[in-house]
Design a protein around this ligand. Structure first.
Ligand SMILES: [Zn+2]
Length: 394
């Protein structure tokens, strides 16, 4: 009996020793990981902050439907083995930094004589942009994750949100092959899906703001509107509201139409795809009433027994956004950056890219359950918004 007890003691001490060794090995392995992006690659420059210029969005026009030519995609091994890091001093995470929310409108195969300058891009330019963003250390997150500050991108990378207004076919449309509906590879979603095959850590994320009044013209192509919505959501992409009628709420004659424009869009969406709830509104033309007492109606209301609630209300211009955990965050007017169109203009994404330095942007630690910020920036965090996340300063 006594001998047996001694053996148990010895076993415990051996196990304890082993645990310590394993722990040490893990710690050494973590410390040894070198940052592959973001560290030192972005030198601080003068950070210019343009004012919130609300440039009018263009009115809808149908883009030419692209030809359904599938191009073979080469796949390679993903190198996204680096996920969570705690050696903060080595890669300087800052989860109080800004998050760029990019606004896209139209995509076409090639520019034509009458193509507008600022709201249309080509598929080739979009594909090149994805590579630029990826190489610069950006990774996509969903609007839902932005709202929850549930940032799940690899350590050292920067979250970015893609938004698409007006439901144009160049953004997303379906083709039919052998009786099966497929995403047109010549669409923004098709290009993103192919890019994600090569770089799975980039993320296939984005929110599409639609106007239900244009019916089947949303994502015009094969399939019913319901099928288009289902396939889009099946890819992990999101739908948002852009109002019934693309209503510019900055015009006084539209002040009385807020509940109808947002409520009716929600009602129709629920009819097309039962259970579909919009949780984000993109203001058409970035317009909102001069009468501030009307602003709460943009967020929530009821129309014809249909309730609506928008967690975020998206502007049109012209800065990266602070994260929702920032003291400065205002969910009723969240800044977006216009993607570059045919020509570069001030405060578009091309203008912003060199200005979005590592000192001002959100740099993730890779762990969505923690908010890691440099000590000197801890005062910018709204601790009431942490939502059970652990605030870590260093
Ligand atoms: Zn629009």
């Amino acid at each position: 009996m006594r001998k047996r007890k001694l053996n148990v003691k010895r076993l415990i001490s051996v196990l304890t020793g082993l645990s310590i060794i394993i722990l040490l090995v893990v710690i050494i392995a973590l410390k040894g990981n070198k940052p592959d992006i973001a560290e030192g690659s972005q030198t601080p420059t003068v950070s210019a902050t343009p004012t919130n210029t609300t440039t009018p969005a263009p009115v809808e026009s149908t883009s030419p439907v692209a030809s359904p030519s599938a191009s073979p995609q080469e796949t390679e091994e993903p190198d996204n083995n680096l996920i969570i890091r705690t050696d903060y001093d080595n890669f300087l995470p800052n989860e109080s930094g800004e998050i760029p929310i990019i606004m896209f409108h139209r995509f076409i195969e090639a520019y034509e004589e009458n193509t507008d300058n600022e709201y249309t891009t080509t598929f080739a330019e979009f594909e090149a942009l994805l590579q630029t963003l990826y190489d610069s250390g950006y990774r996509l997150i969903s609007m839902a994750d932005f709202i929850e500050c549930n940032i799940s991108v690899p350590a050292g990378t920067m979250p970015m949100v893609f938004t698409f207004d007006d439901g144009t076919p160049g953004q997303f449309n379906l083709i039919e092959e052998d009786g099966i509906l497929k995403v047109n590879p010549k669409s923004a979603v098709g290009i993103m899906a192919a890019f994600n095959e090569k770089h799975p850590d980039f993320g296939l994320k984005g929110i599409f703001y639609v106007n239900m009044d244009i019916g089947d013209n949303t994502f015009k192509g094969e399939g019913t509107l319901k099928e288009r919505f289902e396939i889009l959501q099946g890819l992990g992409l999101e739908l948002g509201t852009h109002t019934w009628g693309h209503v510019n709420f900055s015009k006084p004659e539209n002040f009385s139409k807020i509940k109808e424009a947002i409520g009716k869009n929600q009602q129709k969406a629920d009819e097309i795809l039962p259970g579909l709830r919009f949780y984000s509104l993109a203001l058409p033309h970035g317009g909102r009433p001069s009468d501030k007492s009307l602003w709460p109606l943009l967020q929530s209301g009821t129309y014809n027994n249909t309730d609506y609630y928008n967690e975020t209300i998206m502007a049109v211009g012209a800065n990266p956004s602070v994260p929702v955990i920032s003291n400065k965050y205002n969910s009723l007017y969240v800044a977006r950056i216009r993607a570059q169109g045919r020509v570069a203009v001030n405060a578009d994404l091309t203008w912003w890219l060199p200005r979005m330095t590592s000192t001002r942007m959100f740099i993730s630690d890779g762990d969505p359950t923690t908010i890691v910020v440099p000590e000197e920036k801890s005062g910018t965090i709204n601790t009431e918004k942490l939502n059970n996340k652990v605030l870590i300063t260093y």
